[in-house]
Every structure is written in structure tokens, then in C-alpha cells.
Design a protein around this ligand. Structure first.
Ligand code: HEC
Length: 135
């Protein structure tokens, strides 16, 4: 009875979204995956949005919790990202004012990503840059 197990695996892989895949399909056109600060400054005029390494670093630095609990911190950063994908707002952004002036607020992607895809890409943004500092 090998077939049911195989079918189950196929179904599971269809449901579990791959964060990097979601990033390449929905975010990469605007957010470059990796870039150092000096290059970002030099190429500022050609960028469509802050590089994702910068987004990840800034959210992690700005979202501060009283307890030293990585799981809680990760959860809150992921919640912020999941919300921002569908409901980006000027009052929510942590983007620098100078960059905002140039980029404007991100357009909403409401309806384009499933909940699982938003979860997967938000987890990927947190974990991908675990030991990668934007500098
Ligand atoms: C059409 C271009 C575009 C696409 C596509 C796009 N973004 Fe953005 N995003 C922006 C711009 C511009 C900003 C900076 C202004 C702002 O904070 O709203 C931004 C800001 C953000 C921020 C907030 C950063 C902060 O400092 O507060 C998050 C989080 C984010 N994007 C996540 C994503 C994710 C995840 C995707 C893909 C699912 C995505 N974006 C797709 C243009 C885009």
C-alpha cells in the first residue's frame, strides 16, 4: 500500500507554501533579496523598494519585546509582515522618511496571496536573514 502515502505527500507539498518561492513570485520585482548599505545608497534611484535584507533587519530592530524570547519576537515580526502585505499604510511603515518620499507606500497585494503563502513568505523573511545584517 504505497500509493496512499505518496498521495498524502503530494497533497501536503501542494498545501505547504515555500517562502522563497512566494518571495520570487510576489516580492522580488520590488524588493531585492540581498544588497549592502553602500550599494543601496549608490543605486538608490534605481531601486523600487528597500532591499528585503533591510526590511527584515529594520522590523527586527524596531519590534521590541520586554522578554528575551525569540519565539515571541519572531511571531510578532511575522504578524506585522502578514498584515503589511494586505494592508500597507503610511502610519504603519517603519521605512525611513527619505526612502518613503522616493518609493511611496507599498501597493496592497490583497487577494493575490493565500493565508498560507503570506505565512510562508513572512517566515522566510524572518529566517532568511537570521545572521545577515544590513550594513
Ligand atoms: C510594487 C512593488 C512592491 C512589491 C511587489 C512588494 N513591495 Fe513591499 N514595499 C514596497 C515599497 C515601495 C515599500 C516601502 C514603503 C513602505 O514601507 O510602504 C515596501 C515596504 C514593505 C514592508 C514594510 C517595511 C517597513 O520598514 O515598514 C514590508 C514588510 C514589505 N514591503 C513586504 C513585502 C512582501 C512580503 C512582499 C511580497 C509578498 C512585498 N513587500 C511586495 C514595494 C513593494
Amino acid at each position: 500500500m504505497r500509493l496512499p502515502a505518496l498521495l498524502f505527500l503530494a497533497a501536503a507539498s501542494l498545501c505547504a507554501a515555500d517562502g522563497y518561492d512566494v518571495y520570487t513570485r510576489h516580492c522580488a520585482a520590488c524588493h531585492i533579496e540581498l544588497m549592502d548599505k553602500a550599494t543601496a545608497v549608490a543605486r538608490f534611484k534605481t531601486l523600487k523598494a528597500p532591499p528585503m535584507v533591510e526590511v527584515s533587519n529594520r522590523l527586527k530592530e524596531n519590534i521590541i519585546i520586554a522578554d528575551d524570547d525569540e519565539d515571541v519576537h519572531r511571531h510578532l515580526v511575522i504578524l506585522f509582515i502578514k498584515d503589511y502585505i494586505e494592508n500597507p499604510e503610511l502610519y504603519k511603515t517603519m521605512c525611513r522618511p527619505m526612502a518613503l518620499e522616493r518609493f511611496d507606500v507599498m501597493p496592497s497585494l490583497k487577494g493575490k496571496l493565500s493565508d498560507a503563502e503570506r505565512q510562508a513568505v513572512a517566515e522566510w523573511i524572518y529566517d532568511r536573514y537570521k545572521n545577515v545584517t544590513f550594513r
